[in-house]
Design a protein around this ligand. Structure first.
Ligand SMILES: CC(=O)c1cc(-c2ccccn2)c2ncccn12
Length: 121
């Protein structure tokens, strides 16, 4: 049973790294690559209580901190929503977050995930 659990984690890690690679490609300016700090975004840490970024998500993948793809998807949505909370709609950060979220929902759609589940060994 322990072996199966380890195998399962390995497969999930592979899937999540594949998804992250494709999502991060869409963040062409790298706005979501690392945590936002209060120097570039004044007052950020008092407005956004649950910050998230791709680097943090990658660390969580590596440390098996996601039980499944839906857990990962929650962090992705959190990251995009944070940007649409802190930044005003007319800013590039808001616009990029909205576009990234839309792209992500297509990549993380149910049928895509079902297909992945079906195709993984
Ligand atoms: C994601 C986000 O909210 C963000 C990323 C950045 C950012 C990230 C990397 C380089 C430059 N800017 C940012 N700057 C000001 C205000 C908000 N942001």
């Amino acid at each position: 049973l322990a072996i199966n659990r380890e195998d399962g984690r390995g497969i999930l890690r592979l899937c999540l790294k594949y998804l992250q690679k494709n999502l991060q490609k869409k963040d062409t300016n790298g706005f979501f690559a690392y945590p936002v700090n209060d120097v570039i975004a004044p007052g950020y840490s008092s407005i956004i209580l649950n910050p998230m970024d791709f680097n943090t998500m990658f660390t969580k993948i590596t440390n098996d901190q996601y039980r499944n793809v839906l857990d990962y998807k929650k962090d992705f949505v959190l990251m995009c929503n944070n940007a649409m909370t802190y930044n005003r709609p007319e800013t590039i950060y808001y616009k990029e977050a909205k576009r990234l979220l839309h792209t992500g929902m297509k990549l993380l759609s149910k049928d895509k995930l079902l297909n992945m589940k079906r195709t993984t060994p």
